[in-house]
Design a binder for this molecule. Structure first.
Ligand SMILES: COC(=O)COc1cccc(COC(=O)c2cn[nH]c2)c1
Length: 242
């Protein structure tokens, strides 16, 4: 998979070169190219923003700089791409979306700043390619860069060969629609807190049941919306008895 990121703060994307993702890049599983939007400005001030039509606070990112940048970035590789624009006004980014993105050949991320990118940029490219305005949560960041780090990590860990143990991606939270329950490791007792007995019983049926019960309890407590969203056949008799 190839990932391109266009930003006025390329340094913000340095973490993509670290650890797990750094290895994925090194082993060729992932190509990541970060581009400085200001490279496509022509004025001495390298201006990328201007005052909003209609007035109001803040500045809006100018369409012509983005257009020149995205034209060049898209032309640099023939693979079909999705344009992804993190924004507080976007559709929620979910684990399902992460799986969908992991199947893509190429993702191009546009990092907005200020009050955002002139809407005509999104409208222009949406006429010729898939464009997703996505939100990573109901809060406002200063720019899209941190959201790109979140999305790229969520996607890259799903790519075959990126994670040491492929089972963990298959069994992580949301894979069965529920939150993951509690996890424990040695020692058996830590500061007077003992590991639940069943986990040391060796009874794999009882352990699976216990883990499912904890996941259901936690999901019902913290995310009743996920319980409501479960398909009707998702809960078996034992689940309902909980
Ligand atoms: C068309 O899209 C745009 O113009 C995007 O512009 C902006 C402006 C300010 C901040 C951001 C970054 O995204 C978030 O804050 C965000 C994403 N998820 N939750 C919060 C993006």
């Amino acid at each position: 998979m190839r990932i391109d990121v266009v930003t006025i703060f390329p340094g913000y994307l340095a973490p993509l070169r670290e650890a797990l993702l750094g290895r994925a890049v090194g082993t060729g599983l992932l190509d990541i190219a970060v581009h400085d939007l200001r490279d496509w400005t022509h004025d001495v001030h390298q201006a990328v923003d201007d005052a909003p039509y209609g007035g109001g606070p803040g500045m809006v990112m100018r369409p012509h700089v983005w257009g020149e940048a995205l034209d060049d970035v898209l032309a640099a590789d023939p693979r079909p791409a999705r344009l992804v624009v993190p924004t507080p006004a976007g559709r929620p980014f979910t684990q399902a979306a992460a799986h969908a993105y992991a199947a893509q050949e190429r993702l191009v991320f546009a990092c907005g700043r200020y009050e955002g990118i002139d809407q005509r940029v999104v409208d222009h490219y949406a006429a010729s390619m898939p464009v997703d305005e996505i939100s990573i949560g109901d809060y406002v960041l200063v720019g899209g860069e941190v959201a790109v780090l979140v999305v790229v990590e969520a996607v890259a860990r799903l790519l075959p060969g990126v994670l040491g143990n492929p089972r963990s991606a298959a069994e992580d939270s949301f894979s069965d629609g529920l939150l993951e329950g509690p996890a424990y490791t040695r020692p058996e007792v830590w500061r007077g807190h003992a590991v639940p007995e069943v986990l040391r019983s060796g009874n794999h049926g009882a352990i699976a049941r216990w883990r499912r019960d904890r996941a259901l309890e936690r999901t019902a407590e913290r995310r009743p919306d996920l319980i409501a969203a479960l398909p009707p056949d998702a809960l078996d008799e034992a689940d309902r008895a909980l």
